[in-house]
Write a protein that binds this ligand. Sequence first.
Ligand SMILES: Nc1nc2c(ncn2[C@@H]2O[C@H](COP(=O)(O)OP(=O)(O)OP(=O)(O)O)[C@@H](O)[C@H]2O)c(=O)[nH]1
Ligand SMILES: [Mg+2]
Length: 619
Amino acid sequence: MKVQRKNIRNVAIIAHVDHGKTTLVDGLLRQARVFRENQQVQERVMDSNELERERGITILAKNTAVLIPDPQTGEMVKINIVDTPGHADFGGEVERVMNMVDGVLLLVDAAEGPMPQTRFVLKKALEMGHQAIVVINKMDRRDAEPDRVLNDTFDLFIELGASESQANFPVIYTNAISQQAGLTPELSPDLQPLFDAILRHIPCPEVDLDAPFQMLVTNLGYDEYRGVTAIGRVNAGKVINGQPIARITLQGEVLPERARYLFVFQGLEKVEVDEVLAGDIGVIAGLEGVEIGETLADPEQPVALPPIRVEEPTVRMTFGVNTSPFAGKEGKWSTSRKLRERLFAELRNNVALRVEETENADTFLVSGRGELHLAILIETMRREGYEFQVSRPEAILKEGGNGEILEPYEEVHIETSADTVGAVVEMLGARKGQMINLVNNPDNTVTLVYVVPTRGLLGFRYQFLTATRGMGVIHTLFHGYAPYAGPIPTRNSSSIVAWEAGMTTNYGLKNAEERGILFYGPGVEVYEGMVVGETLRSSDLVVNVCKKKHLTNMRSSNKDIEVRLTTPRTMSLDEAIEYLAEDELLEVTPKSFRIRKKILDTEERGKQTKRAKELYEVG
Ligand SMILES: Nc1nc2c(ncn2[C@@H]2O[C@H](COP(=O)(O)OP(=O)(O)OP(=O)(O)O)[C@@H](O)[C@H]2O)c(=O)[nH]1
Ligand SMILES: [Mg+2]
């Protein structure tokens, strides 16, 4: 028999990137008195991983829980809260946690209104049948337009096919920074109206406590003492500390296990408990090799729950053993075996990622939801001590029903100043983009909506930022597969390539500098075939950047010796990935990353390029 667990609510916070999800969770935690009086807590405390803090974005979905009194009944209610990332590349994180919750808080920035990822996350929530509370956040913004934003949000619900009850959503206005909420744009002194709305409008779990135990592993965590933990909602029945359980793997194998360590969330911690009942979100530690999507069940009646479905990756690149002359110098792990182990281990919790072997045992094909999704994996691995090389990201093509080639397209939303819009339109046109909408905004900016092949957007961000002088804003949303758009020119520049191994010199660099932009200053170890700069020429330029000035008998004047070099362009890892051409690789180590030609030998590369050209001209 199903019962309502009135003292529990499970809610996910979803939104477009930066609309304030994690900041709002800070407020909920603080006002539910999760922290001690005077406890110093950092801002956006849920963004706990190193890369999240550095980049100021949420990457992984994370659980927390607060306990608050229900003003109507006086009883304590536990609210399990899942904070999710808003960046499109981490959409898989949002998709997978949808089955843990019974409703969502859909945050919308009071000025920006619904953005591409608002649509994606709302679509996922509505598909699961979830009820949403619309939270219009950043009410303190001077350009806030809550009425327009509410209307646009309502339109989005209708457009996405919301049911009548879903479209009849409650609205709460907030300022997540000052931790205030209101039923109207006049905010109360605290977040109580939001707590009340969660209690009233997010349905409590309705579960069968006497049914055989079932829990879907939805997330993996880590416990300092117990190792990897399996996180999920107990779907039916209950689990008691120490009881035998069945672990049903993705292949359908049923493995005998034990629920040795059992926890629930409490604030930022997990606390050990004797049992977890259906409707609550539990954590089980001690399951060696457990994977997301597995079902933990009653050993007498092990029945698997439906697997977690997330959308397919659209972008891929190779990860290979580092073959540069500097291989093995800077990393702790560099063998094919180590690389393989690490990549396949990632699949256990990175649900939207795919890893495949290739015919070359030293190279793996890794597919993700976008360049950032893959860049985060690369950055994480190098910090763990791995060194390897990656290729230029490429869009994943498919074959259509009639044998035609299909490629992924993205819906692209751009905001840029009126005086740069021409350049942007031209760039997107060259990338086979189709304009869907153009709006001139009162503040002299222009909003553009395009549909562009994913292929055309790889490596686009840096060029876009340059063209808009760093002021342009771009967001993308997967649009779907459609027929191949034909050739798209990639980079409109070529590389300056080192001619020989050695140490860069002022003299050598000065010569190279006249041909383009350099990536390195003097005194840097380089190798033959390493990319040291960018030139606007149509083909690569090989330069001896290690060249020493011939000493003459005549003493040159000081003026002659001193060479002034322009400051080299330093690239972030993301920019270096974007920069890569088809015939280049990025060597990644814990200490550095270097762009290199696939073929390092200058002569050999020349021959291959010539051959390729000939083939192209004949073909
Ligand atoms: N003015 C104003 N700024 C806010 C408010 N809420 C959040 N912010 C700011 O918006 C930025 C993004 O906040 P986050 O909480 O990281 O946003 P998020 O939705 O968690 O972002 P992702 O997880 O990366 O999608 C931060 O600089 C916050 O300080 C608000 O109510 N008013
Ligand atoms: Mg966040």
